[in-house]
Design a protein around this ligand. Sequence first.
Ligand code: DX5
Ligand code: ZN
Length: 221
Amino acid sequence: MSKLIAPSVLAADFANLQRDVEMINRSDADWFHIDIMDGVFVPNISFGMPVLRDIVKHATKTIDCHLMIVDPDRYVKTFADLGCDILTVHYEACTHLHRTLQLIKSHGMKAGVALNPHTSVHLLTDTIQDIDMVCLMSVNPGFGGQSFIENTYDKITQLKKIIDFKGCDTLIEIDGGVTDKNAKQLVEAGADVLVAGSYVFKSSDQVATIAGLKSMVNPSI
Ligand code: DX5
Ligand code: ZN
């Protein structure tokens, strides 16, 4: 399977959101990565349902929604109704993770689990067969533009071993501080999906930056 690029809309220009959504539509990007923050689970508030509804109206690619919120079960149906394809909840925000994963799937979405940098991948050994994607946070969640945490490579290697041992096809997504400096090493370690916010949106030619990232991690395509 080819490696996927998911630009993070958090880094877009919110006064020109339709323009930036259309940029992603016509680029080589695979998914839209949407960060929902509640100011409780993380020390920041991003945007909520009305903004997501308008993004979905214009987006033509998979909606990969990353919930950085407490008690995510309350909103699973809402995000399904808004058109999310993949819904990722944080391990640290779920008391009954197995139940939450079933709830997400019962609403027709793929189920993702995100791990903070301090959370061990081994905590997912007993649920990995129920998880479509693990999102490894390579920064502390809450803000774009932070520096990549190097320990992420080890976490990818360990997670990959668990996935292979259990015979699952769970995807590994990396979120935070992804650039052309670490993208290749991340996919070589076993990453399947790279989220990139600032690296894409701060560049002068965003379509070309996405294309560069995509070809760097898919050299044979
Ligand atoms: C951080 C978010 C990320 C963020 C990544 O809490 O989950 O998706 O947008 O931004 P960059 O790529 O700038 O680190
Ligand atoms: Zn994210």
